[in-house]
Design a binder for this molecule. Structure first.
Ligand SMILES: [Zn+2]
Length: 124
């Protein structure tokens, strides 16, 4: 797992959804179980967790929310961009207190973070 501490969140880049459970040293993450992850046959088309954004499930590891991207799920196509943007939209809503009157700011923030992340991942 590659963990990159950003200003207000952690960007977590793993090779399997198991990396997420291992990183936070937990068997449960927001309703998802490690044991279900362990028996899941992940491919670039299908994974137990393709991406996820939420609060830290273990504040001993980090107090910041995270965006996790499962790198094994990436396909080298526009779908990767959509996945990254999807996860940053979750985080952006959180940072803007789910206030939809800030719709444009919410989307723009997610867009900017997605662009930075896509460049960093060198996906396309
Ligand atoms: Zn989602």
């Amino acid at each position: 797992m590659k963990s990159i501490a950003k200003n207000k969140y952690d960007l977590l880049l793993g090779n399997s959804c198991l990396d997420l459970f291992n990183y936070y040293d937990t068997s449960y993450i927001h309703g998802l179980k490690r044991e279900d992850c362990e028996c899941y046959n992940e491919t670039s088309q299908d994974a137990y967790i393709a991406g996820m954004s939420n609060e830290s499930p273990n504040i001993l590891v980090s107090k910041n929310p995270y965006v996790f991207i499962n790198l094994s799920r990436l396909q080298g196509s526009f779908k990767d961009v959509i996945l990254v943007f999807h996860e940053f939209m979750h985080l952006s809503f959180r940072f803007h207190n789910w206030d939809v009157s800030k719709e444009e700011k919410i989307i723009t923030w997610a867009e900017k973070e997605s662009i930075k992340t896509i460049k960093q991942l060198n996906i396309i």
